[in-house]
Design a protein around this ligand. Structure first.
Ligand code: ZN
Length: 409
């Protein structure tokens, strides 16, 4: 490790009172986290990120599931001092309020599809904000910077991060709004900030750039790349939510000959067509037949499952062509049937993936240059006080013609 990091490491050790054993900054941070959990009072109150952490660590465990995704925000304002379970010396950043935070996968959590999300968790893994304070070893960001919070936290140094699989980072991955408190609050603490934030760019609105927290990289990496979309190939997307529509946008980077959107929601079919889908089909018993009619009975080369329910995965299996790929990115809350009796001889591939956000920088450049436009995905904006209305609206998306809902603090 270079001398700069070694110096930073030393600083951490001095402040935390630990003896130095390694110069690798990620190892130091990980150890600091562990040691803090055994000694929650080890850190003083002069670190802003520590105070922010406490907002998220006063939640009771084992209570009923949160009807209010804001968790226990009001309780955190009582001024009581509580021990932080998170080391403030980890390279973290705290983003300040008044910036938009979209909701999406959070509905799956409220439905109970994500068993690893504890009761009382503040939800939210997407958003933009202004850096309020930084931990001692953050090098890329400073207070006042306007940033995008990635849905994936990356230490940039563990085995998985080095393989480009930050979704499985041993000290990160999908943790915001999942295993640690997330973005739907006035402040959020972002661990491993250097690997988990991006600077806002010029050339696109802040709301449009918030789509680079999750929607665009997930659609592109888990749908387009995993699905091996190629020039001239045929593509079907089953599921017309924000990520399905993000796939419509990013699949066109590879010039497929056909781009078929299949969803139940008529409004989303219309939007898909406006974004570049070549064919729009209503999800239902006739959908497979309609796709077969479009493809001369061959099916499609890439079928992307972007809904996360058994019926849509069934349809994907009906649609995939010989030699094709089914790319699953839906969050499945129950088991699905795999029809190997129909697929065993078709030389297909089935992929599953959690986004690694390795494409976020590239996607931001495309947003900045205007090659991709995400404004149509943001349909509703609510204030923080209207949070429950935001969830109700997104929960009845078809009725409200909602695609992506923003909470503006
Ligand atoms: Zn890592």
């Amino acid at each position: 490790m270079n001398s700069k990091n070694a110096q930073t490491t030393g600083g951490i050790h001095d402040k935390g009172g630990h003896s130095a054993r390694t110069s690798y900054i990620n190892a130091v941070n990980r150890r600091a986290l562990v040691s803090t959990s055994h000694n929650p009072h080890a850190h003083d109150d002069d670190d802003e990120s520590s105070r922010i952490c406490r907002k998220g660590t006063t939640h009771p465990r084992g209570a009923a599931p949160p009807a209010d995704p804001r968790g226990h925000r009001r309780r955190s304002k009582d001024g009581k001092k509580a021990p932080s379970a998170v080391n403030p010396l980890v390279p973290s950043v705290s983003a300040i309020r008044n910036k938009p935070h979209p909701i999406g996968t959070d509905l799956h959590i409220l439905k109970g599809d994500v068993a690893t999300c504890a009761t009382g968790r503040i939800l939210g893994h997407e958003g933009t904000g202004v850096v309020h304070s930084v931990g001692a070893s953050v090098t890329t960001f400073k207070p006042g910077d306007r940033v995008i919070v990635s849905c994936i936290t990356s230490c940039m140094s563990c085995e998985f991060c080095r393989k480009g699989l930050a979704s499985h980072c041993v000290d990160g991955g999908w943790i915001l709004g999942h295993t640690i408190d997330g973005t739907q609050a006035e402040y959020v603490r972002v661990p491993h900030a250097d690997g988990s934030l991006h600077h806002l760019i010029s050339g696109a609105s802040e709301a449009a750039q918030a789509m680079c927290s999750d929607v665009l990289p997930t659609g592109f990496e888990c749908g387009v790349l995993s699905g091996r979309v190629k020039p001239g190939s045929s593509v079907a997307i089953v599921g017309g939510g924000p990520i399905g529509l993000g796939i419509v946008l990013t699949a066109q980077l590879y010039s497929p000959s056909s781009l078929i959107m299949i969803t139940r929601d008529a409004n989303r079919l219309k939007i898909a067509a406006s974004l570049g889908a070549t064919h729009c089909i209503t999800f239902g018993p006739n959908a497979a037949e309609e796709v077969m009619a479009l493809t001369g009975g061959r099916g499609v080369d890439t079928v992307i499952e972007a809904a996360g329910v058994p019926g849509t995965f069934d349809l994907c299996q009906d649609l995939v062509a010989v030699g094709g790929t089914i790319a699953n990115l839906g969050v499945h809350g129950c088991k699905v049937d795999l029809h190997l009796d129909k697929l065993w001889h078709k030389n297909i591939a089935i992929t599953t993936s959690l986004v690694d956000t390795v494409s976020t920088g590239m996607l931001l450049k495309l947003l900045s240059s205007g090659k991709i436009k995400t404004d149509a995905l943001v349909t509703h904006t609510f204030s923080f006080a209207e949070m429950l209305d935001a969830y109700s609206t997104f929960g009845a998306a078809a009725e409200h013609k909602a695609i992506k809902v923003i909470i503006d603090f």
